[in-house]
Each structure stands twice: as structure tokens, then as C-alpha cells.
Design a protein around this ligand. Sequence first.
Ligand SMILES: [Zn+2]
Length: 335
Amino acid sequence: MTDELRALPKIELHSHLDCGLSYDAVRRIDPRISREHYDRHFVAPPVCDSLGDYLTYTFDYRAVLQSERALRIAVEDAFAQLAADGVAYAELRFAPMVHVEDGLSADEVVAAVSDETVRQTEATGIDAGLILCTLRDYDTERSLRTARLAVHHARIGPVVAFDIAGDEARHPLDTHLPAFDLAADAGLGVTVHAGEGGGPDSVTEALDKTTTRRIGHGVRSVEDPDLLARLAAEGVHLEVCPSCNVQTGAVASYAAHPVGALRAAGVPVSVSTDTRAVTDIDLTREYARLTEAFGWTLADFGEVNRAALTASFAAPSVSRRLAGILDDAYPKVPA
Ligand SMILES: [Zn+2]
């Protein structure tokens, strides 16, 4: 069963480059870090006490990802994991300003990740786009700098979009709207983390105040029937990461995850890992859990992967190639 799921071609839209480092990659970057330390500080328990508790497990990744060499190892490691997971196209995201604590400029951070992404795409055949994140607790100027970086690097490399991550419940979007306007005006893709740490209002805010048609998580939309109807009517795509949602406490248990209710309401959803290493998950195991908990079949996986492709920021030529790959692997949708 697992081998069949592993072989399925997958489109992953929501994966944080800086929260996916395997132990082997961490050890290459800093050989002093033991396996025991990694298991205790880089991998969070399946259910954390709170989102704040969960976020403490992301800090050590930042500490080790402060050089060009470390960033290139992270990208190489990410592609190795994607290849082992049957991923055909991925959008990898990171916050450049997190990696400037030891001498790198933000521009050098994005240049290194972009260059290594191109190299890894050529080496593995896995297409990928990069999404640059600002963080909710940043000020307007820092968000603008991240958006300008995204616009600049989208012209010369694989950057495709701008995003915001961080504590949704405590920091509304207003501070960051100039950055979203700048990205959208330049024709860049936009997505917004909302409706996980924050309630349905955070999703409504993102839709009303930015141009986004994609929401990172958005699972708490299920609490508001009017919002659900709006998501379905407007075709707003939710990047759903079930195991991570359980881990952060956004949903009470895997069995209680609303992914089925969202799909039943007509909302387009895809399935992603969010934080492969912090959550100790890959898409193959996530698909196995969806099969076990909700009885998902090949047709379900075909539907979510086609929805992912439709919502992706991939170039048209890449999208056409990926559509062919999905058609070969999944039952065709009746016309
Ligand atoms: Zn995320």
C-alpha cells in the first residue's frame, strides 16, 4: 500500500524549506548536533500544548541555516525528500530575513536558494517554485523588503510568490498590506497563512484585504458556513496540511480533521506537509493516513492533485507537462 502511495505523482504547494531538514542534513551542516538533540529539539511531539509550543521547535533550524553552504544543503536535502516521496512539482517557502543573522544579506540568501533550486531541478527533474515569506510580527518596512526581493528574484530565478507566516491570532494583516500590494502590482503570486492559528475571520481578512486566491491552511473556515460558501463560490484554494494541523492544535484529532467537510462544501483543497521535519511527516504517510481515516481512493488523490496544479504558480509549460503526468496516474475526471 505504502509503495503504491509513494509512487503516485504529487503536487505539493505548502512546504517550509527551513522546517524540513533531515538529521543527515543537520549533521552535515553542524556535526556537533547529535541525533538525540535533533529528535528532542528539531522534531515536535505529534500534539503540542499550543501553537506557541510548536513554534519553539522551529528555532534550531534557523540557528543552523545562516550560511550559503547550509542553505544549499537544505535545498539539496529538500529535493532528495521530494524525490523519495514521488513529488513531481513543489512550491518551497522560506522567510529570507530569518537567515541574515550571521553575515549573509537577504539578497544573498535568496540568490543561494534560487541557484541551488535550479541546480536541483536539473538534477532530479522535479520542477519547483519558491515562495518568499514575510512574518506577521515584522514591521511594514521588513515586509516591503521581502516583497521587493520576491519581485526582483522572480524576474531572474524560480521565485513565484509572496506569503506571510507567523502568529495569525495576534497580528492582523494591516501592517503588511503595502507589501502585498507591491507584490500583486508586480504580477507575483500571493498566498496567505490564515485560518489555522486564527479563526475564520483571519481568512475573510486575507480575502478582503489582499488579492490572494490561495490560503495556507484555512481549515478553521469550516466554523463559518458563510465563509465556506464564499470559498466555494470564488474558487479559493486551501493548502491543507492535516498532520501539522493536529500537531498545532488547530484541529482536535486526525479523525476530526475538516478536510472532508471542506471538499463536500465544494472548496478546492490540496494536501501538503507544511513542516516535514518538525511534523515528522511526508506526503506518502499523509496519504496513508487519509486512506485509513477517511477511506480516500485514487480518485480522491487525483482530485486534490489536480486542484493543487490549478492553484499552483507554475509556468504554463510546466503546468501542461504536470497535467499529463497526473492524467497518466489518476483516473480521468468525467467530462
Ligand atoms: Zn506553513
